[in-house]
Design a protein around this ligand. Structure first.
Ligand SMILES: Cc1cc2nc3c(=O)[nH]c(=O)nc-3n(C[C@H](O)[C@H](O)[C@H](O)COP(=O)(O)OP(=O)(O)OC[C@H]3O[C@@H](n4cnc5c(N)ncnc54)[C@H](O)[C@@H]3O)c2cc1C
Length: 568
């Protein structure tokens, strides 16, 4: 049984968390290959890609495939590598260094290919997947419509079986479809007989399929985004994906992984921004000094390091949770992918919270690193300026921040009525007792506030969005901070003296900020519930000794300036 949402109920054993320190040599090699591809192959042509040279984008996509970067998630019998989620996330993270190009690529390997991997028949996979892993055909995903975005099931595109029973005729339109301009295969959601939400694999050259003009976007100029229009477009009935009326499962399960991948991409962008910021801080002089010597700039670098550490820890923690369960499944069994989806579906709350956490960390860090650049950060041509524009949409697609927060809260609130199982064991050094106590207090508050919300609102809790959003923020901070603390405590068991200090510094900084954010959310939640008795309680349960905070910030800033990049 999937153990998703378990972090709300009990402490995770320190030995059970997967962290970037656990990457294998194979993981590290893939990361290096991907980063090298981004720096050597994409950076020199970034301007041409930004000008929408889609022939070049396609050439680079094929190059990416030749390096094996499109094979990660696909099964071996169709030319894939079927690697674990940690590898998949690491490649996505490193692809983020390829700037705007990363969307074209990860859209193909993510929501472009995953529906086929998880739901395709052997014939469909044989026909399309083999070519997709080689970059010979590029995928796109058509869920959103002009009238239905967040409300994806409100789609109006219809599919009607022809009299001879050989084709479905698709009529309707899909909005904002990434890669549409050059994609060869679209996963399209339409309602059979106007009722049954169903997925179809639609080839680009299908008669009746046409594209709207390229959208003029705020950022991601090098990616293609168009409307895709279907006018009685005949799709062979063999191209129905999954089952009639089960399209929602495909749409939502694929989005779970899509969200998770987007979290990893945001981690990459956050680190990229930090590298840009620290390098600039080492170059720019004002008042006769390098700006990196000012406490104000150092604090930004330290805070950015801590945020990146929290986001990164959350992504790979979730990768480890999923890999742990997925590795127990028999890859040769006929229902392997059905079982995979069940596991992933069990972690829908974690996928959503990782997306919210990482996209918001990315936004904050990129904005602060632009600030480090002063006026130059606002001028086109600086990487940070492009990143600032490109990042914005991350809080909108793959489910908006609001929709994902609502999902996190509604999923987790179902669990608070369940009595917590006994706490996990695990050997922690005494020096971590304070931060461990903080986590215990945060978890107790989550359970207590959740129970109160359920008691007070009963069946209407689903409609009390302000409460749900606040509750989601509490849960996000708990998941993130627990990931950070477990990772740092585990790493310190083996780290050198220098690294030990850095892990402790970053964990303290994350604890300080995480606690602040947690309490702000808890205060909102308690106030919305008019439960003032919870206010002193939440403070009493979450003590933190942060006397060495300034020293921790300076230590992280100094190390970041020295390395001119993210130091973990
Ligand atoms: C550059 C780009 C690329 C994209 N690529 C793709 C793609 O490849 N495939 C695809 O299918 N889609 C794609 N999308 C669409 C994207 O997923 C949607 O824009 C997104 O899901 C939001 O839908 P919407 O724009 O209709 O906003 P709406 O759903 O209209 O939302 C507007 C606001 O209302 C809020 N809101 C809506 N419903 C609720 C609710 N129930 N409770 C609380 N708040 C709510 C939202 O959070 C948001 O703040 C892309 C979008 C962009 C901009």
């Amino acid at each position: 049984m999937a153990r998703g949402g378990g972090f709300m109920l009990q402490e995770t054993d320190i030995h059970d968390i997967f962290t970037p320190e656990d990457f294998t040599d194979e993981h590290r090699e893939m990361a290096r290959t991907t980063e090298r591809f981004a720096v050597e192959e994409i950076w020199p042509v970034n301007d041409r890609i930004e000008e929408k040279d889609f022939d070049l984008v396609l050439e680079k996509l094929r190059q990416c495939a030749e390096l094996g970067l499109m094979m990660i998630d696909a099964p071996e019998e169709y030319g894939g590598l079927h690697l674990d989620k940690a590898a998949s996330m690491l490649v996505s993270e490193k692809l983020a260094w390829s700037r705007g190009f990363s969307l074209s690529c990860t859209n193909h390997t993510g929501i472009g290919m995953l529906p086929l991997i998880y739901y395709g028949t052997p014939e469909q996979k044989e026909r399309y997947l083999k070519k997709m892993v080689k970059g010979e055909i590029i995928g796109a995903y058509g869920l959103t419509e002009p009238g239905s975005g967040s409300d994806a099931l409100g789609a109006r595109t219809v599919a009607t079986l022809t009299d001879d029973g050989k084709h479905y005729l698709l009529t309707g339109s899909k909005q904002f479809i990434t890669n549409a301009g050059f994609a060869d295969l679209f996963t399209v959601f339409a309602k059979v007989d106007k009722k049954h939400f169903t997925a179809f694999l639609v080839e680009r050259n299908t008669p009746g399929l046409s594209l709207g003009p390229e959208e003029k976007k705020m950022g991601l100029h090098g990616s293609s985004t168009c409307q895709v229009i279907f006018d009685a477009a005949p799709v062979p009935k063999e191209n129905l994906l999954g089952e009639i009326g089960k399209g929602h499962k495909i749409a939502f399960n694929v989005l779970n992984v899509g969200r998770f991948k987007l979290g990893a991409i945001c981690v990459g962008q956050t680190k990229f921004a930090l590298a840009e910021g620290s390098r600039y801080a080492n170059e720019r002089k004002q008042f006769g000094r390098l700006i990196g010597s000012f406490g104000a700039i150092q604090e930004k670098l330290a805070d950015a390091t801590a945020l990146a550490f929290a986001a990164e820890s959350a992504v790979y923690r979730l990768a480890g949770l999923l890999d742990g369960e997925l590795s127990e499944l028999d890859r040769n069994s006929a229902d392997y992918y059905t079982l995979c989806q069940k596991v992933i579906e069990g972690y829908a709350a974690e996928c959503a919270l990782v997306k919210v956490l990482c996209t918001e960390v990315g936004a904050q860090v990129i904005s602060e690193m632009l600030q480090v650049h002063g006026g130059y950060g606002y001028i086109a041509g600086h990487a940070i300026e492009q990143m600032y524009r490109d990042e914005r949409v991350h809080r909108i697609f793959e489910g908006t921040s609001e929709i994902n927060r609502l999902l996190v809260a509604s999923r987790l609130l179902r669990q608070v009525a369940v009595p917590p199982p006994p706490a996990a064991s695990g050997v922690w050094e005494n020096s971590w007792a304070g931060q461990r106590q903080l986590l215990t207090g945060m978890r107790e508050c989550c359970l207590l506030f959740g129970k109160r919300a359920r008691q007070q609102c009963g069946d209407t809790l689903d409609k009390e969005q302000e409460i749900l959003l606040a509750y989601a923020d509490m849960a996000i901070q708990l998941f993130a901070l627990e990931g950070v603390t477990l990772r740092a405590a585990k790493a310190c068991q083996k780290a050198s003296a220098v690294k030990d200090e850095q892990f402790r510094a970053v964990a303290l900084l994350c604890a300080f900020t995480g606690r602040q954010r947690f309490l702000a959310a808890a205060e909102r939640c308690a106030s919305f519930l008019a439960s003032e008795d919870l206010l002193p309680l939440m403070v009493a349960k979450t003590p933190l000794a942060a006397g060495s905070l300034l020293a921790a910030k300076r230590l992280l800033a100094t190390a970041t300036l020295q390395a001119e990049k993210y130091i973990f």
